[in-house]
Design a protein around this ligand. Structure first.
Ligand code: LLP
Length: 420
């Protein structure tokens, strides 16, 4: 459920007509609904009410500090993967004791930043990383909280680019080596063993891969207990999918039931790192039709947003629904919806049945709240687009449209190039 609905054939975000915002900020832009984002958090968190838990929003899904603030206010933490994401999480007021740090390639300066900040734990992805974190913590006279991210070799049955828990993927430490890794960590002076984690992939629409992963984690918790190693936090990662089209992912209640059931009577705080399920359907991309054209009988709708603004269709062949901002009776056509970028891969849909829109019409690209703006770039020297948040009847520019000056900020021409 979300709060992008039609009233009198006009698309609204909560109580604000989308067209009104488009008139004021121009197109394209990202538009988020506070009510939807809040509701999704509450539903997810509510599903785990029976167990101690911490929801660490995956900052990579949507990194705008206002969006992070929405979750911070509801007691959410953050799953970060870089120093930049840590900086954003802190700016949004997220409590460091609710921050977990994942990723295979943490740099020394990023580790130091996280150690000084006092985050809850690092999810360790290799033995060498463990050694480096122990050494960095020693230098700073601190102890680093850690969990080991295992690679459970489970097929999440999703797009190959977003599956992460298969043995051929670069993530985590294999199950067979994990107990040895904990023993090694136990001997380190500056390491405090806190957790065990895994993340098997994204946009997962079946429950069984999650169940399997939890079973593997609980087996390892049992093995570690025998070795006198106590796990206080079990981090199940993120990955729960959303309906972009006709997928029917399990609702958070079913996901929670499966996880709590498979975990048995383990007395741990459960950590989750959801991204898409919290933010995906809380945002849309609003774009305007620039041109309509026909090539050899094929219809093209050229819109003013491009693959640099929303990369998912180009990168993964991802499906996003479209909704015209104004519903008017129009004949249906089959068209490719494409952007202005000079690449054939710059498309939002191919061969889509849709109303035949005209130059100037506004189109909403749905389910764009996660991995939308956060994956955008300046390719083709296009300034990045604004982000707007609606709270009931009011709307707020939470990120300005970049200017041409922003595009060249930090660039300079060295003297040797000025000589004739
Ligand atoms: N935790 C870790 C360690 C992750 O790597 C990820 C996502 C998440 C949590 C959040 O996963 P979610 O709940 O959002 O599925 N750009 C792709 C998705 C890449 C996901 C990467 N890792 C897309 O647009 O579909």
């Amino acid at each position: 459920m979300n709060y992008f609905n039609y009233k009198n054939d006009e698309l609204y975000c909560e109580e604000v007509p989308v067209e009104k915002i488009a008139q004021e900020v121009g197109t394209p832009f990202y538009l988020y609904s506070n009510r939807t984002l809040t509701r999704h958090f509450d539903v997810f968190s509510g599903a785990f009410a029976a167990v101690p838990h911490l929801i660490c929003f995956a900052v990579k899904a949507n990194s705008n500090i206002s969006i992070l603030k929405i979750y911070a206010k509801r007691g959410g933490g953050a799953d970060i993967v870089s120093g930049g994401e840590l900086y954003r999480a802190l700016k949004a007021g997220i409590d460091p004791s609710r921050i977990v740090y994942s990723g295979v390639g943490k740099r020394d300066d990023e580790i130091d930043f996280a150690l000084k900040t006092g985050i809850l734990l690092f999810n360790i992805e290799s033995l060498q990383e463990l050694e480096v974190i122990n050494e960095r913590a020693g230098r700073l006279g601190l102890k680093a909280g850690i969990g080991i991210r295992i690679n459970p070799d489970i097929n999440p049955k999703t797009h190959p680019h977003i599956s992460t828990g298969l043995k051929e993927n670069k993530f985590g430490i294999d199950v067979a080596s994990s107990v040895r890794a904990y023993r090694y960590a136990q001997e380190m002076k500056h390491i405090d063993i806190k957790g065990l984690s895994c993340h098997i992939g994204s946009q997962i629409t079946e429950i069984s891969p999650f169940r399997e992963a939890v079973q593997k984690l609980s087996e390892i918790v049992g093995l570690l207990k025998r070795d006198g190693i106590e796990i206080r936090y079990l981090d199940f990662g993120g990955g729960l999918g959303i309906p972009y089209d006709d997928e029917e992912p399990p609702p958070p209640s079913e996901y929670a039931e499966a996880i709590i059931g498979a975990a048995g009577d383990i007395a741990c705080t459960f950590i989750f790192e959801p991204g898409r399920v919290l933010a995906g359907n809380g945002g849309i991309l609003v774009t305007r039709v620039l041109y309509t054209k026909k090539n050899q009988g094929k219809n093209f709708l050229v819109v003013d947003a491009g693959m640099n603004d929303l990369l998912r269709p180009s990168l993964y062949g991802a499906f996003h629904r479209f909704q015209p901002v104004r519903l008017t009776p129009k004949e249906e056509i089959t068209a490719d919806v494409v952007g202005p970028i000079c690449e054939s891969g710059d498309f939002f849909a191919r061969g889509r049945r849709m109303p035949s829109l005209a130059r100037g019409d506004l189109l909403a690209v749905m389910s764009a709240g996660a991995y939308g703006f956060s994956m955008s770039s300046n390719y083709n020297s296009r300034p990045r687009i604004p982000e707007v948040l609606v709270c009931d009847e009011s709307w707020h520019l939470i990120r300005e449209r970049e200017s041409y000056e922003d595009l060249v900020r930090g660039e300079s021409i060295p003297g040797c190039l000025e000589k004739v």
